[in-house]
Ligand binder design. Sequence first.
Ligand code: UD1
Ligand code: MG
Length: 398
Amino acid sequence: ALTIIFNTTHPLSASAGFAILGGAITWELVSAFKECFVKANLTGRDLAKVDKPKIPESMGVICATVYLICLFLFIPFPFMEWFTGKGIISRSEEFHVPTFPHHKLGKFLSAMLSLQSMTFLGFADDVFDIRWRYKLLLPAIASIPILMVYYVNFGVTHIVVPIPLRFVFGKIMDLGFLYYIYMGMIAIFCTNSINILAGINGVEIGQSLIIACSIAINDLLFLNDADPAVEAHLFSLYFILPFIGVSFGLLFHNWYPSRVFVGDTYCYFAGMTFAVVFNFIYSCPQLFRLIDCPRHRLPRFNPSTLKLEYSRVKIQKPLKPLTLLVLKIFMLFGLAEINEVGENNLEINNFTLLNLLLLRFGPLREQTLAIFVMIVQILASCIAFTIRYRLTIKTVLL
Ligand code: UD1
Ligand code: MG
């Protein structure tokens, strides 16, 4: 791996270069465009501050645009060997006449098309405030380009089953057409996971950066010539490095106290690049309306202590049996706190990770809470690594 990382003629160094450049440009452009966004009324109120200042929102669109431009400019680099004639012929091609790898280019372009569609749809959401039930589908629509190109190019619809489930499904399962539905749902899952773990300064980008760095570290571990998956991990790195760059550029403006908000544009764009789990699962009872889901579930700001407290939702008795069951399970694991209000109302904490942390650790200041979320995210990455390497390790050798 080190030989690839320290080889300055490898496309990876170009990718790292674009990451740094993209970061600097994003940082600069966000300052330059702040006022335009305010003028266009793309703003939001910073709810966890005393004076609730009006702050430019949807800045993710700048970040995403710079990212896309970086990737477009990067396209020639992985194919450089075809132009310089130094052709590094890989082992499998040794006995064939090598032809230009159009499928590789196709894969790259389709991924970019999907990212571009997602940015567009995310921005539309920021501008029009699309209703929840439609908004949920946007990522599936945006993933159409990548899925279609996948269909015509490879069409492999097998997935490797995790070890604990193999006694039911076997080692490898062919999902057939369902594979495309499954991938579309993953896109919905990832993007919305980022979007619903939001509401305090810096959290959308902070969590995205930690996931992105985890993916990059995982890819770097695979960069050794003997590994058949090198290509795939390089491909992933080419997308992740510039993402890390531009996200840092935006984070400088978005960390506490925020001077700009990232908007849904950023959440969708980031989610399209990967996934978060816990907050989404925890939110399900509210997302699927077993329990009311208020417009904002972000923690409540207490102006007298300057701290955040967990926010609550009021529900009416009697409860539906399913709601009751979910609440009992949540209580069992210490995930919910229920209070009686008057004769026939109950008050429950909103089911988001932010509120859960406040419930467990008591009121915190906004920046402390953001740091707590980052720590949880790092722990989650460690668990993901354990699952990847303990529960599926044998498949690597498959
Ligand atoms: C999602 C969440 C909602 C949460 C909101 C906060 C679900 C189902 N929806 O809704 O509970 O309240 O994100 O982003 O879980 N804001 C701040 N400080 C920040 C970031 C955002 O005060 O650091 C506020 C601002 O008023 C901003 C607004 O949140 O304008 C953005 O909300 P929006 O992204 O439109 O909400 P949703 O994604 O629909
Ligand atoms: Mg949002």
